[in-house]
Design a protein around this ligand. Structure first.
Ligand code: NAD
Length: 501
């Protein structure tokens, strides 16, 4: 039986007394301005605690610390020592999984079992995966085409000081996606978690200290995007920016970084097509389609929010999805029976509600959901029912724009070429899914979909080994797998002219 919290872990309770400080150069500091912001429990709208906001002076101090650590103690760590420190960090995360699970659940709102297994233990596992890469980053030896006694090879070096900015959905795993490869490759970092969900990252910082990672290697600065985030992206002494968030902010960051020509990688939004052919294992396809838009309240970049169903089975699949939605238990994320928790914030609740209203204006039919649950116990929280919308197509904004909530548009199609064309009718290109027993059809769809990932007969079965990157306006570069660490390295070419005698 899965472990369940029966009370607030004492260490997490103590940790929550605010205002929370940030970690700069190995010290827990208040922001220079003394300004704070509130972090809210999405399950009841109440303030959990307050957090100091980092201003320009604080970011500058963090960058200086990161540079000093990059040139100093961290550069003395051998790859094996970096790997060991990352494994130690993962051990500590497992040891402190109750505290991290509690903080992730109260601050973000994902149900406790998901917080624990996918976000906390998943983050620890991800750190172990990249610990393994630390000792395997090797250059190449080249044979030169022109004559002479020459020796040529490449050396893999860390990029330097990285600015890392993350989104609020699955905060701890999102941080691990960035932190683990950066550290494994020998970089130092100034990391800003989302202002909506900073708590688990701040707790992680206490473990980073205990893992024996030298001071200044990881600096955590907290605050908003237009303030703290901007200072990071425009800072002259940051070599690389890695960002996860919305496509609009991603474009802004790319422009901002141009002045200093930072290396930039972007993990952005999506509106992923999920295609079900009539010859698929329909029972399995329906389960995956449901999971694909409700997991984590639909607050997942790769969520399959456009389900296309071959017309002959459209009604059957739709009815089954509606039934699953009606029976899903939306509830307090600490309730072991709850399958879906609240949306992260009032702002996100209003955004999702707004899109449902828009769908109706665009001629859509709400088959199920579309509103907050009636349950009196959930009042005050930002809960939203799983929602399925029919009678819409790619002319509707609700079909082409990312909503980032548990909202699915379901549409019939008649043939393979049509569904491929419609699947690609979006500016995004993050993920996609296809269900069929016909291997030829599956391959045709795989090669024709313009998306960074195609899941076949499954959905969102991600893994640290498999890269996740966006095509089109869903991103630049990829995280996870080897590409996820390659983006934290640079390759130096060396050509040596050897004496002939
Ligand atoms: P967001 O773009 O509003 O914010 C993301 C982060 O950027 C936050 O830390 C925020 O404070 C910061 N930020 C905002 N404005 C900034 C600015 N001007 N300069 C620097 N930093 C700034 O996104 P969000 O609402 O936190 O997250 C949801 C989005 O993230 C969705 O679009 C989702 O698809 C995307 N996402 C993508 C992936 C992926 O791997 N592709 C993973 C998770 C989330």
């Amino acid at each position: 039986m899965a472990k369940v919290l029966d009370s607030v872990p004492e260490k997490a309770k103590a940790f929550l007394s605010g205002p929370k400080k940030m970690l700069i150069d190995g010290e827990w500091v208040e922001g220079a301005s003394g300004k704070t912001f509130e972090t809210i429990n999405p399950a009841n709208g109440e303030v959990i605690t307050t957090i100091y906001e980092a201003g320009e002076e604080d970011v500058d101090k963090a960058v200086r610390a990161a540079r000093k650590a990059f040139k100093g103690p961290w550069s003395k760590f051998s790859p094996a020592e970096r790997a060991r420190a990352l494994h130690k960090l993962a051990d500590l995360m497992e040891e402190h999984q109750d505290e991290l699970t509690y903080l992730e659940t109260i601050d973000f709102g994902s149900v406790e079992s998901l917080s624990r297994h996918a976000w906390v233990l998943g983050a620890a596992e991800h750190i172990r995966y990249y610990a393994g890469w630390a000792t395997k980053l090797n250059g190449e030896t080249m044979s030169l085409t022109s004559g002479g006694n020459k020796h040529a090879y490449t050396v893999v070096e860390p990029v330097g000081v990285c600015g890392q900015i993350t989104s609020w959905n699955f905060p701890l795993l999102g941080v691990a996606w960035k932190l683990a490869p950066a550290l494994a490759a020998g970089n130092t970092t100034v990391l800003k978690p989302s202002q909506n969900t900073s708590l688990s990252t701040l707790y992680l910082a206490t473990l980073i200290e205990k893992a024996g990672i030298p001071e200044g290697v990881v600096n955590i600065v907290t605050g908003g995007g237009s303030t703290t985030g901007e200072y990071i992206t425009s800072h002259k002494d940051i070599d690389k920016v890695a960002f996860t968030g919305s496509t609009s902010v991603g474009k802004h960051i790319l422009r901002k970084s141009a002045d200093t020509l930072k290396k930039v990688t972007l993990e952005l939004g999506g509106k992923s097509p999920h295609i079900i052919f009539a010859d698929a294992n329909l029972e399995k396809a329906v389960q995956h389609a449901f999971f694909g838009f409700t997991m984590n309240q639909g607050e997942v970049c790769a969520a399959g929010t456009r389900v296309y169903v071959e017309r002959s089975v459209y009604q059957e699949v739709t009815d089954q999805l509606v039934e699953l939605a009606k029976n899903m238990k939306v509830g307090d994320p600490f309730d072991p029976a709850a399958e879906m928790g609240p949306l992260v914030s009032k702002e996100q609740f209003d955004r999702v509600s707004g899109y449902v209203k828009l769908a109706e204006e665009e001629g859509g039919r709400i088959l199920v959901g579309g509103k907050a649950p009636e349950d009196e116990n959930l009042k005050g929280g930002y809960y939203f029912e799983p929602t399925i919308i029919a009678d819409v197509d790619e002319h509707c904004r609700v079909v082409t724009e990312e909503i980032f909530g548990p909202v699915l548009c379901i549409m019939p199609f008649d043939d393979v070429d049509e569904v491929i064309e419609r699947g690609n009718l979006t500016e995004y290109g993050l993920s996609s899914g296809v269900h069929t027993r016909d291997i030829n059809k599956a391959h045709k769809v795989i090669s024709a979909l313009d998306a960074g990932t195609v899941w076949v007969n499954g959905y969102m079965n991600s893994n640290s080994h498999v890269p996740l990157g966006g095509f089109k306006q869903s991103g630049v570069g990829a995280e996870m797998g080897y590409p996820g660490i390659e983006i934290y390295t640079k390759s130096k070419s060396v050509v040596i002219d050897l004496d002939d005698e």
